[in-house]
Design a protein around this ligand. Sequence first.
Ligand SMILES: [Zn+2]
Length: 383
Amino acid sequence: MDQAHAEEILKKVIAIPTVNDNEKEVADYLASLFAPYEDQGVTIEELAYSPGRSNLIVTIGEGETTLGFSGHQDVVDPGDLADWDTDPFVPTIKEGRLIGRGASDMKSGLAAVVCAMLAMLEEKKVPGKIKLIATVGEESGEYGAAQVTDAGLADDLSALVIAEPTDGMRQICYTSKGVVDYHVTSKGIAAHSSRPHEGEDAIAHLLEFANEVQARLARLDKKDPVLGKLTSLITLIKGGEQINSVPSQAELSGNIRTIPGYTNQVIFDVIDGLIAELNAKPGYQLSVDYIYPEEPMPGDAHSPLVQLLQKVGLEVFGHTLTPVGGTGASDGSEFVRAKGDYPIVMVGPGSDSQHQPNEWVSLAAYHQAIAFYQQFANEFFGK
Ligand SMILES: [Zn+2]
């Protein structure tokens, strides 16, 4: 594939605004690029999440072993357009950088794996079975990856490379923290504050929960060698009606960043257990909801997959990719739930400008990424 064609594909996907919606347009466009190869055994499947939002699964090649490439099709909101020098959905090239929303996170990574796969088909050199998984809704809860995983479409993989930005392909992210966001509601009974015994104080009950949950989570004090310890914050709190009433309702939200030493079930058991204990007391009415919890992603810096990526990195870029841990969740946190115990890593061409105005990718890194993914696939299958 020539560079002009690869840049055209990247520009097209950036020009489709997919701010937590509208991913079907990207999925349809990418599907159209693979459609000419359907007579060569390429299979294309769209998995609809909701109207206008589709995951895309494309499989090329054949064999027992399946290498997965993945990327999300959504982007975050561009924010205040006055902070941008250019229109975020009109990809613009300046001094070797392509600027636009998603240039880094992660339409360049997605386009690069697509171009690598198209190059293999064009050259009739598909080294083995390769599956592309392009997801919806990564930025707002990884629910596209959750849907793909629940449908069993990630069960057959032997390894998965997610093309999330890793400092212009200088790093390999092989492990990351999970996330448990939760919301607790406390219901009480309103009464005049001069006769508090006639009411039930929803704020007092909620504060009891808040203090105790932090104490119990602090006891989960294993330390991951790369990711450090589990962290827990209560990030929002509100309640009550007016200054002279016993508060009849209160609520809080918390954000917990988990490590591979604790599955999210351990966290649920702590919170659910505390809620049940408190609700056993007279007058307590607490309930909890979890919002898109994400599992931590375990990994090994010295796994054969990481070593192979480093070897290919040295061949293609002339530098060694550094294995790192990530503090944020990604689609990888959903794919870890797939049946089949395979390694998941993130390596991609984007810069550290994700979620910022004037988001950019180096075009040199983009083109090198295409060569890298193609070479990596060849060596993965021993070719
Ligand atoms: Zn991303």
